[in-house]
Design a protein around this ligand. Structure first.
Ligand SMILES: [Ca+2]
Ligand SMILES: [Ca+2]
Length: 214
């Protein structure tokens, strides 16, 4: 009996069964995160909906760099909203719980980067490595923090008046002249898009980013 089990274990049939096992048993490919530097002081960690200011360098598997925000374009770091697939899913997954000043190396499989098709200078089925440096974290425009800031009477919904006051403040902060027509247009757009149940208020669920499956 024992012998037959041993034989069965070492037989190609068994290997075949294991290799062709049900898909759900195979762990899904994920991002490999290597923290290269974490600052001693970390007041806040990045989370879904936050705005992140990042420098990044991207490399192919052979070590060739295909992009660097420090070298290409305007050579400035860029803002990214975390968790809404603004860039690639691998970034949304690999940049969570990160401190300002932290540096990470992300190894991202094709399925979480540019997939089977590739894009631009990224060939099909490319596994990519990114060196990321997080410089700053801010509340995303549709974060729960922004919602609370806008909800002046704390009734957990935003009236048109509350959103308008916030817009006026934003205009002032950005040094833009008050423009009532423009603000009314923006308000119309916001409520048209976000007020799903058309009750004239934005609930926190309506206002904040929808959490997609990543
Ligand atoms: Ca309110
Ligand atoms: Ca509503």
């Amino acid at each position: 009996m024992l012998l037959s089990v041993l034989w069965w274990l070492s037989s190609p049939v068994f290997l075949l069964v294991v290799c062709a096992g049900p898909k759900e048993e195979k762990p899904e490919e994920d991002v490999t995160v290597e923290v290269q530097h974490r600052p001693f002081i970390c007041h806040r960690k990045s989370k879904f909906g936050d705005l992140l200011l990042l420098h990044h360098e991207g490399y192919f598997q052979n070590g060739t760099m295909f992009h660097s925000s420090r070298v290409h374009g305007n050579k400035q770091p860029g803002w990214l909203t975390l968790g809404i697939k603004e860039a690639i899913v691998g970034w949304d997954r690999g940049l969570r719980d990160m401190c300002a000043g932290e540096k990470r190396k992300l190894l991202i499989p094709p399925a979480l980067a540019y997939g089977k098709e590739g894009k631009g200078k990224i060939p099909p089925n490319s596994t990519l490595t990114f060196l990321m440096e997080l410089l700053e974290i801010r509340n995303g425009p549709q974060s729960i923090e922004s919602f609370q800031e806008m909800d002046l009477n704390d009734d957990w919904r935003l009236s048109r008046k509350e959103v308008k006051e916030y817009l006026q403040k934003e205009f002032e902060l950005n040094g833009q002249p008050p423009n009532d027509t423009l603000q009314e247009q923006i308000l119309d757009n916001i409520f048209k898009k976000e007020d799903r149940n058309k009750d004239g208020f934005l609930s926190s669920r309506e206002f904040t980013y929808k959490r997609d499956e990543l």
